[in-house]
Unconditional design. Structure first.
Length: 159
């Protein structure tokens, strides 16, 4: 099974959203999440990609552990939440690709989003909806796709 390195910007449990600045090669606190809201898992990006929003493609890394901002972690793609994001009346695709670290013991047999409970997928989707709402953006999930379809989409977003 193919793996890819993900760069972690924001760790599980964090209220602070970090952003990696490619030009200066550093991380910076971008914003704080509203009271009671934290990242459910490590969140980052896929190096060498570019989404429709102009940023590297987003990656959520589901694991029983968290890493640290700036960490590179080898992961396998298990699917994606395809979505549109609207800000200031401009709508772009802003999919969320979901990964499992190769080092995971708890999720080592998980190869597809379909193996997660429907409640788990709903909570992930709701996190992205609420996270964007806090930024005055609308996040509209379109479809949840398996790993094969997600790889097809991801390959088209190479920088």
């Amino acid at each position: 099974m193919d793996t890819i390195d993900i760069v972690i910007e924001t760790t599980a449990g964090s209220k602070a959203k970090y952003k990696f600045y490619k030009k200066s090669q550093h991380l910076k606190v971008k914003k704080l999440l509203p009271a009671g809201m934290v990242f459910p898992y490590d969140f980052g990006f896929i190096p060498g990609t570019k989404g429709e929003d102009g940023d590297p493609v987003d990656a959520m890394v589901i694991a029983e552990f968290s890493t640290f901002p700036g960490c590179h972690i080898e992961c396998r793609l298990i699917g994606a939440i395809l979505a549109e994001q609207t800000e200031n009346k401009k709508t772009v695709r802003n999919d969320r690709f979901i990964f499992i670290p190769e080092a995971s013991l708890f999720f080592h047999e998980t190869v597809s989003l379909n193996q997660l409970s429907s409640e788990h997928l709903e909570q992930l989707t709701e996190f992205f909806i609420n996270y964007n709402r806090a930024e005055k953006k609308e996040f509209r999930p379109l479809e949840i796709v398996d790993a094969d379809k997600a790889w097809e989409i991801l390959k088209k977003q190479k920088e």
